[in-house]
Design a protein around this ligand. Structure first.
Ligand SMILES: O=C(CO)COP(=O)(O)O
Length: 248
């Protein structure tokens, strides 16, 4: 049975009350067999989420981490802190961080190493901008982003990471990549990675397109933004892997 990984990225949304309500619904639902469900919460809520999720099948993730192990880095959160507060996963190099915080491929690779050292599973985000796609640079961009990882990580470390293909033009736009377009990009990433990693698709994944995307041979799960803030939508997506033709 192939495991599908379904990750919700709440971004900078929620409050104590709304997160408690959202998690209550997610925890109460049965996780589809062969499907790992993860929620990536804003840092201040991680401890509360870890408490609520303990004993459930749902795993916790963070949305970023420091490239440093510890020290005088005001405002940063280290990998070991995330691990200590119950995180199993951490998102790295989301396009919003690459754009607004100028994170480059080298910083992303460094954070990935920090996460692995602390026992976290890094979910490294890659993807091209609209301009890069329109000008035919998609493969070049993806190969460059993957090269930073294959250069910085040992071959055994490479097998422990998860990649999320998130085309920037599909994030928060309501216009997901088609299943064929996403499959093509995933196959490209897999070829350049040359390691048995899970590759998730992210970018306007919704209940009505999840099954089609998850049915593609190189799509091993989904990274969900907006729809993960609604328990019903998120759980419908998580259950979509049961509907695909191949076992999940
Ligand atoms: O950025 C994303 C997940 O990390 C995708 O966001 P949306 O699902 O809202 O498009």
């Amino acid at each position: 049975m192939t495991n599908k990984l379904i990750i919700g990225n709440w971004k900078m949304n929620g409050s104590r009350a709304s997160i408690k309500a959202l998690l209550a619904e997610i925890v109460a639902a049965e996780v589809a067999p062969g499907c790992e469900v993860v929620v990536c919460a804003p840092s201040p809520y991680l401890a509360m989420c870890a408490h609520i999720l303990s004993g459930s099948g749902v795993r916790l993730g963070a949305q970023d981490l420091s490239a440093h192990e510890s020290g005088a880095y005001t405002g940063e959160v280290s990998a070991s802190m995330l691990r200590e507060f119950g995180c199993h996963y951490v998102l790295i190099g989301h396009s919003e961080r690459r754009t607004y915080h100028h994170e480059n491929d080298a910083a992303v690779a460094c954070k990935t190493v920090r996460a692995l050292e602390a026992g976290l599973i890094p979910v490294v985000c890659v993807g091209e901008t609209p301009h890069e796609r329109e000008s035919g640079q998609t493969e070049a961009v993806l190969s460059q982003q993957v090269l930073a990882l294959t250069t910085a990580l040992s071959s055994s470390q490479l097998t422990q990471i998860v990649i999320a293909y998130e085309p920037v033009w599909a994030i928060g736009t309501g216009h997901s990549a088609s299943a064929d377009t996403a499959q093509q990009a995933h196959a490209t990433i897999r070829r350049y990675l040359n390691a048995p990693c899970s590759i998730l698709y992210g970018g306007s994944v919704k209940p009505d397109n999840a099954a089609q995307l998850l049915a593609m041979p190189d799509i091993d799960g989904a990274l969900i933004g907006g729809a993960s803030l609604n328990a019903k939508a998120f759980l419908t997506i998580a259950h979509a892997c049961l509907d695909v033709d191949k076992p999940c």
